[in-house]
Design a protein around this ligand. Structure first.
Ligand code: ACM
Length: 630
């Protein structure tokens, strides 16, 4: 009898802690965490104790709690409900923390403010989703589950890039983007500030970069399918950040323990600079205008290199180019306290260099044997300039071509091979391979998403392992997601493309490799959806839509297969132009699509409720994606 009672108590406790474990949904997954039954309820009047050095974080915490819960907050050392302490524990590093939530309240310890800040992000994830609101919320159960967490990041570089050239995002929108990053413990904001479609940073000594280079003709539609504007069409779309704006953004990011890396993308991607100062190109007489999204590159290329029909590269033989870029970096360096400046270096079309008599003469003069050596010469000059401003240079993996010197770091984007090669040459590397981390690629069924040139499901993003086999892990600074904005016309859509894949990259960047698990991650993502709703952040629900693949068999029949990206989905379809529901045919494996079918209409359910969006895939699209003959 006694034994039975004990067993019952034990079962109840383990049941409760299981319940807690289910409701505890932290992304990125902490380094170590144990949960136990019980909840701490925030009192009506919340006492906080914290060192004065943490004032900025504690003010933010207190304001949030006051505004959203309606409770009072006061400061005392006597029995605080929330206790923040700075300690000295080498095991936690600069960003780690411990978080204990028990009957006494919430206790946070860290070596410095970064750890306290990240712990506060975790506490918010443990509170009801309403904590992410901006006004008083109608929630009364301000409770947090009992947990015991020791947390610290796997990588020191947990980056996200935003391209503000292809589409311009206001300063306020950039701050929102940074807020969204901070929730998930990102700590590097890579700001792609210049490209063919707009120069976005004020350079006082070169005013035309923004008075001319920041503006283009306004176009809607699909990028690179856009009609070329007449040269005299008013240039009404664009914008730029003043140096005061930049300082504000950098300080805002710093307060959230995010360093900002500016990127000035040269020598290619420079149409905006060439429009401002045409004599910096090898075609100085060309009537340049800032590109409006119309196609001007031949991506298939000539001689293995991409080719530009309109010269979007700087002239490497012209000393003025180096003089102007020296001015640019002279003004940029003091605005960004972080140690790296990114100089781009990607996708430089060399066809205009090859045609240029000046570049040919320059190659003879400098003893440069081929055009790759010219690019390498340019990169080395950039590195000298950037180093002379007290900064280290970073660039896309093309900067390896022709050899790379010293402490330059490489950002691997064309898959992982550039990162591997760079590490073999002892360069520091940030991994941002397009195959996994390009979160501008469409994320669900193509016929139901905005068109971008490639797709990338979150499951693939989540599967990424940033340290390649056989590579010294200390050379891998970290992992980064890139958000290019060709097809992002506004911030809401930028958020839709960023989340939830940004959660996958956050977990890969922070959590121990062995803690990653796709099925439990997707369950956590669903709880984050509630938090993102409360924070008014748009996100995609594409993970509820099936992955639809086709193959042609040897009889020429089209075989369709549909699989859930996440577990637990039931997929239904029709082939006769009827809207499907959960009484339609259920997909249980590959099937033949009869010849006369016009389109496949699909819907996914979970537990008897519709959860995916309605898909309608035309036969033509299904034929086009057929991969191989069986
Ligand atoms: C890149 O995506 N061109 C770096």
């Amino acid at each position: 009898m006694k034994l039975n009672k004990l067993l019952l108590i034990a079962l109840t406790i383990s049941g409760l802690s299981k319940l807690n474990a289910q409701t505890v949904s932290i992304i990125p997954e902490p380094f170590q965490m144990t949960t136990r039954a019980g909840l701490f309820t925030l009192p009506k009047s919340i006492a906080i104790n914290a060192p004065s050095t943490a004032n900025a974080i504690v003010d933010e915490m207190a304001n949030k709690l006051r505004t959203v819960t309606g409770k009072t907050v006061y400061f005392t050392k006597n029995k605080p409900a929330i206790d923040l302490q700075i300690i000295n524990d080498a095991n936690l590093g600069t960003e780690g923390y411990t978080l204990d939530i028990n009957e006494k309240g919430i206790q946070i310890k860290a070596n410095g403010n970064a750890g306290l800040f990240f712990a506060w992000q975790t506490v918010q994830q443990l509170l009801p989703a309403a904590i992410y609101g901006k006004t008083l919320q109608n929630t009364t159960n301000w409770q947090v589950p009992f947990v015991n967490i020791l947390d610290k990041p796997r990588f020191g570089w947990r980056g996200m890039m935003l391209d503000v050239s292809r589409h311009f995002f206001t300063k306020g929108e950039v701050l929102t983007f940074i807020d969204d990053m901070a929730r998930y413990k990102y700590n590097r904001f890579h700001w792609h500030l210049t490209d063919d479609q707009g120069w976005r940073i004020e350079i006082k000594s070169l005013p035309k970069l923004t008075s001319v280079g920041a503006w283009r003709a306004e176009r809607k539609g699909k990028w690179m399918n856009i009609t070329t504007p007449p040269i005299d069409e008013p240039k009404t779309y664009g914008g730029f950040y003043t140096q005061e704006d930049i300082k504000e953004v950098v300080a805002y990011a710093k307060a959230r323990f995010i360093e900002v890396i500016p990127e000035v993308d040269v020598p290619g991607h420079s149409m905006a600079m060439n429009t401002a100062y045409p004599f910096l190109s090898t075609t100085p007489d060309y009537p340049f205008q800032v590109n409006a999204g119309d196609e001007f590159m031949d991506w298939e290329g000539i001689n293995g290199h991409v080719a530009a029909r309109i010269d979007n590269s700087l002239d490497p033989s012209n000393e003025k180019v180096y003089e102007y870029l020296d001015k640019v970096f002279t003004e940029i360096a003091p605005l960004f306290p972080f140690e790296y400046i990114h100089m781009g270096g990607d996708e430089n079309a060399k066809n205009n260099w090859e045609k240029s008599p000046n570049v040919q003469a320059f190659m003879k003069r400098e003893g440069l044997k081929n055009i790759t050596e010219v690019q390498s010469y340019f990169v080395r000059r950039m590195q000298k300039i950037i180093n002379s401003k007290g900064k280290k240079m970073m660039g896309w993996d093309e900067i390896l071509e022709g050899g790379l010197d010293g402490d330059a770091a490489v950002m691997s984007w064309r898959g992982v091979k550039g990162g591997i090669e760079a590490a073999k040459q002892n360069h520091k590397v940030v991994m941002s391979p397009n195959d996994y981390n390009y979160i501008d690629f469409y994320q669900g069924e193509i016929t139901a998403e905005g068109k971008v040139y490639r797709g990338l499901r979150m499951k693939t993003t989540y599967s990424y392992e940033p340290v390649p086999d056989g590579i010294d892990p200390t050379l891998i600074l970290g992992n980064q997601a890139n958000q290019w904005s060709e097809q992002l016309f506004d911030l809401r859509y930028a958020q839709y493309m960023t989340w939830p894949r940004g959660l996958a990259v956050a977990e890969t960047s922070w959590s121990p490799k062995e803690k990653k698990n796709w099925n439990s991650f997707t369950k956590k993502v669903e709880q984050q959806f509630e938090k993102l709703d409360a924070a008014n952040v748009r996100y995609a629900r594409s993970m509820y839509d099936p992955i639809v693949t086709t193959q042609l068999n040897s009889k020429g029949e089209l075989i369709v297969n549909m699989e859930g990206e996440i577990e637990g989905l039931d997929i239904y379809y029709t082939m006769n132009d009827q809207m499907p529901d959960n009484y339609s045919s259920k997909c249980t494996g590959p099937f033949v699509l009869p010849e006369d079918v016009l389109s496949l209409r699909i819907i996914s359910y979970r537990d008897g409720k519709q959860i995916g969006k309605y898909l309608n895939i035309p036969m033509e699209a299904l034929k086009k994606r057929a991969v191989k003959v069986l």
